[in-house]
Structure formats: structure tokens, C-alpha cells
Design a protein around this ligand. Structure first.
Ligand code: 5GP
Length: 302
């Protein structure tokens, strides 16, 4: 075979490998949109900023179909309304189309600005396996001036966990007593199994002493804290991607397959609640995410 023919074949193989990688990356981005790990506005921003990005090469039809509650009928109506051809990719939209699409997204998926008057009571929540505990532990190590609340729980200690440091491990009767005496700021049954709650007094004392207080709790607890203390600052920790969240959950290996599947379903529901929060921080790297939480807290005087 003449040499000239071999080289293009190698090129073709490399090109089809690259095309496959691009398709995979676009499919992952679609999953991020569907699971709300990333906002549609963010995907559009990436598409306009970098014409070579995965976002830019995504078809407008795929983009719209990945959004919550948009089916084929709605997709077609939206495209008509925005005067966008269904064959377009995000990177190929005209200036006017981009402006109209972006205005439509802001109407349909409003991104709320943080509420005013935030306090030093910080609540860190987020989907299962996103790494809330690791980020909180990192803050405990690096910022001892921040008071990290120690929760009470009815679950048994895992190896290495110390009573009074990681949790107060209590039995059901003691947990009932804490509720009855009003000693918990919030409490919830997490993952349908055990009860977890935040002892109120240490939080009040630390706040009274002028400290920043950090609660690392689940979504139900975060909502209760907001109801009890409307000035609390709610922070939602996001995974860098849906696939990474799945990877972290599987990698943790503390749950069996059925339990993992259940937690992933819960994670989807939890991700859908992120708009209730004042701030979103992406946990791509623990130290960076921890620093962002601390920087946020330093902005609040009271
Ligand atoms: P784990 O059992 O893996 O330590 O924690 C399970 C879940 O319970 C985590 O999502 C954690 O955020 C949540 N959690 C821990 N402490 C509390 C608490 O005091 N209140 C609430 N509502 N959730 C908590």
C-alpha cells in the first residue's frame, strides 16, 4: 500500500476518536443540565465564550430537551418563538438569537440574587456524596476560629469517628428527649434511616461570642434553619459534574448497590432545590471550596 494512504487512515482513526470523545463530553454536559448540576445560563455562557467548547457544539434542540419540563412540543414552540432553526448549534447562534434565548432562560429559570442581611450562621448543604463533610472537616482543620457545629445522631459510629468530635452518638430515647426539651435547632431523618439534629445551645453561644458558625446538614435541616433563623446564610455545594457525583458515591463504597441507587435519586431531588440557597459553590477541589466558604463568611459583619 502506498505510504500516502496509510497516513490519512491514521488521521481518520484519530479524528473519529476525537469525535467520539466530543459526543461523550456533550452527553455528559446534557446530564449536567438535566440533573441541574449546571444552569442553562452557564452552558450558554460557555458556548459564547469559547467556540471550541463542548457547549458551543451542542445542538439547540439537545440543549432545550435537556432542560427540566421541556418536551418535543414545547421545544418546537420555543424555537419558533425565538426564530432559531432546529439545526443550529449553540455556538452558531446569531447575536439577536443569543439575546432572545438568554432573556427566555432568565424568565424561565430565574437565578435569584442572595437575600440581603445575611448573618454569621452558615448552613452548608448539598446533594449526597458531594463532599460536604470533607469540606467542613477541612475548614475545621484550617480555620479553628470558625465554630463547626457537632450534630447529634442515632446512627452508630463508623471506624475512626469520635463521640463529641464528629457527632454526639445518642440512642432513640435521648434523641426524643432532645426534641421534647427544645434543645435542637433542627432535626431530620436522613436517607430514611437515622435521625440527625443540631444542638441549639452551642450554636447560640458561639454566635453570642461573635464567632462564625457552620452547620453541615441535609436539605430538610437547611430549610428548617432558614425558617427558624431567616437571616442564616445558605450555601449549596455542587459537584463539578453529575458523572463526578456518581463516581464519588460509588467510590465511597459505604453503601450497597440498592442504597446507592436510592441516594442518587435523592441527589437529583436535592439538586433541584439549589435555587432556595443564597450561594452555590462547586466542590471540584476541597481546599478551594473550603476557602470559598470561608471567604463568603468573612463578608458578613453580624
Ligand atoms: P453521615 O451519616 O454520612 O455522617 O451523614 C449523613 C447525612 O446527614 C449528611 O448529608 C449530613 O449532611 C446529614 N447531617 C449530619 N448532621 C445533621 C444534622 O444535624 N441535621 C441534619 N438535618 N442533617 C445532618
Amino acid at each position: 500500500m502506498p505510504e500516502g494512504r496509510v497516513v490519512p487512515e491514521v488521521d481518520r482513526a484519530a479524528a473519529s476518536r476525537r469525535a467520539l470523545e466530543r459526543r461523550r463530553a456533550r452527553a455528559a454536559l446534557k446530564r449536567d443540565l438535566t440533573t441541574r448540576v449546571v444552569t442553562p445560563q452557564e452552558v450558554l455562557r460557555r458556548a459564547t465564550e469559547d467556540p471550541a467548547s463542548d457547549a458551543a457544539t451542542m445542538r439547540i434542540t439537545d440543549f432545550l430537551m435537556a432542560l427540566p419540563a421541556i418536551g418535543a412540543g414545547k421545544r418546537d414552540r420555543i424555537l419558533e418563538e425565538l426564530h432559531i432553526s432546529p439545526v443550529k448549534r449553540l455556538g452558531g447562534l446569531g447575536v439577536r438569537q443569543l439575546a432572545d434565548l438568554s432573556a427566555w432562560l432568565d424568565r424561565r429559570f430565574p437565578v435569584k440574587p442572595p437575600r440581603a442581611g445575611r448573618s454569621r450562621l452558615l448552613v452548608l448543604a448539598g446533594p449526597t456524596a458531594v463532599g460536604k463533610g470533607t469540606v467542613a472537616a477541612h475548614i475545621r482543620e484550617t480555620h479553628p476560629e470558625i465554630h463547626l457545629s457537632v450534630s447529634a445522631t442515632t446512627r452508630k459510629p463508623r471506624p475512626g469517628e469520635v463521640d463529641g468530635v464528629h457527632y454526639y452518638f445518642v440512642d432513640d430515647a435521648e434523641f426524643d428527649r432532645l426534641i421534647a426539651e427544645g434543645e435542637l435547632l433542627e432535626y431530620a431523618v436522613v436517607h430514611n434511616t437515622h435521625r440527625y439534629g443540631t444542638p441549639r445551645r452551642p450554636v447560640d453561644e458561639a454566635l453570642a461570642a461573635g464567632k462564625t458558625v457552620l452547620l453541615e446538614i441535609d436539605l430538610q435541616g437547611a430549610r428548617q434553619v432558614r425558617a427558624a433563623e431567616p437571616s442564616a446564610t445558605l450555601i449549596f455545594l455542587l459537584p463539578p459534574s453529575w458523572d463526578e457525583l456518581v463516581h464519588r458515591l460509588v467510590g465511597r463504597a459505604t453503601e450497597d448497590a440498592e442504597e446507592r441507587a436510592r441516594r442518587l435519586r435523592t441527589a437529583r431531588v436535592e439538586l433541584a432545590a439549589q435555587n432556595e440557597f443564597d450561594y452555590r459553590i462547586v466542590n471540584a477541589d476541597v481546599a478551594t471550596a473550603a476557602r470559598e466558604v470561608v471567604e463568603l463568611s468573612s463578608g458578613f459583619a453580624r
